[in-house]
Design a protein around this ligand. Structure first.
Ligand SMILES: Nc1ncnc2c1ncn2[C@@H]1O[C@H](COP(=O)(O)OP(=O)(O)OP(=O)(O)O)[C@@H](O)[C@H]1O
Length: 277
């Protein structure tokens, strides 16, 4: 597979703050990759360097084969960007706005189809400034994908979404990924990273502290399981054996049985609190 994003030894300092302290990333075309990390970890700085909005101090960066500090017009048309800040409270209607942006791209998608994909068909003729915060965020997403990007950057895309809108958004992203769009996502929602990303990186204080499949990150899949039942709870390496023993003890159904492993959130919290961070 071809490389979509190549980063090696990336650093960025603002005065006394070392925002990015040596990051390496290799993201293939077609991957959905999530960057996780606490406030101030360096996620936005990293992503904005990749998008060409900020300069770096040192390191190699290639995005779709181009150095973002030497952008071309053609390169820009291959990127879709959804920033953290919501769009201006525009006087345009949703449809006018999406059509307007479609005009900037050589291979844009059909505006009405994109409006439908973000769940705004019923609001297509409403002025953007009259939409709720979550609905405006959907307009942001529509504008990010209207150009039919090869690589889509999503910076905390579902902040302010209600649970139903978040699920619809996930379906949209899964659909884009299935069509082959490479997606780089930053999020504070670990369930979102888990639902969407094939790989995640956890950044803390400007460094990557863990990287991999969200299902196995930080030894998650081999961690002890907790078996709980009505009247008891135990951590064990052999949950199947314990469940068998309990079944014998209760002579059948075990009341209130639950078997759980650490969630991605449990692992994430251990990673960012670890002493090496
Ligand atoms: N323009 C700037 N000037 C000075 N310092 C900055 C600037 N932008 C970011 N920083 C600092 O760099 C560090 C990393 O910030 P960054 O915005 O990359 O973090 P983040 O991981 O995206 O955080 P969040 O989750 O809050 O969005 C922080 O300490 C921040 O205060």
């Amino acid at each position: 597979m071809t490389t979509a994003i190549h980063v090696q030894g990336l650093t960025k300092r603002y005065g006394d703050v070392q925002a990015v302290a040596g990051i390496d990333l290799e993201i293939k075309q077609g991957e959905v990759f999530a960057i996780l990390g606490p406030n101030g970890a360096g996620k936005s700085t990293t992503v904005e360097i990749l998008e060409g909005y900020r300069t770096r101090d040192a390191g190699e960066v290639l995005v779709l084969g181009t150095d973002p500090q030497k952008p071309t017009r053609e390169w820009r048309t291959k990127l879709g960007i959804v920033l953290q800040t919501a769009n201006d409270a525009a006087e345009l209607t949703v449809r006018e706005m999406v059509r307007h942006f479609a005009g900037y791209y050589p291979r844009s998608r059909d505006p009405d189809e994109v409006i439908a994909k973000v769940g705004l068909t019923e609001k297509a003729d409403v002025r953007v400034r009259k939409l709720s915060g979550g609905q405006r965020r959907r307009v942001d997403v529509a504008l990010g994908v209207i150009g039919n990007p090869q690589l889509l950057f999503l910076d905390e895309p579902t902040t302010g979404f209600d649970p139903e809108a978040r699920r619809q958004f996930w379906d949209l992203i899964k659909g884009l990924a299935a069509e082959g769009t490479t997606i780089l996502l930053t999020t504070h929602y670990l369930d979102e990273a888990e639902a969407l990303a094939g790989r995640v990186a956890v950044i803390a204080k400007g460094r990557i502290v863990a990287e991999g499949d969200p299902a196995t990150l930080g030894g998650r899949s081999s961690a002890k399981a907790r078996v709980s039942w009505l009247g008891g709870s135990e951590e064990t390496d052999t949950p199947t054996r314990l469940v068998q023993e309990l079944a014998d003890r209760f002579d059948g159904e075990i009341p209130g049985l639950a078997v759980s492993r650490p969630t991605l959130e449990d692992i994430y919290l251990t990673l960012i609190e670890a002493p090496h961070v």
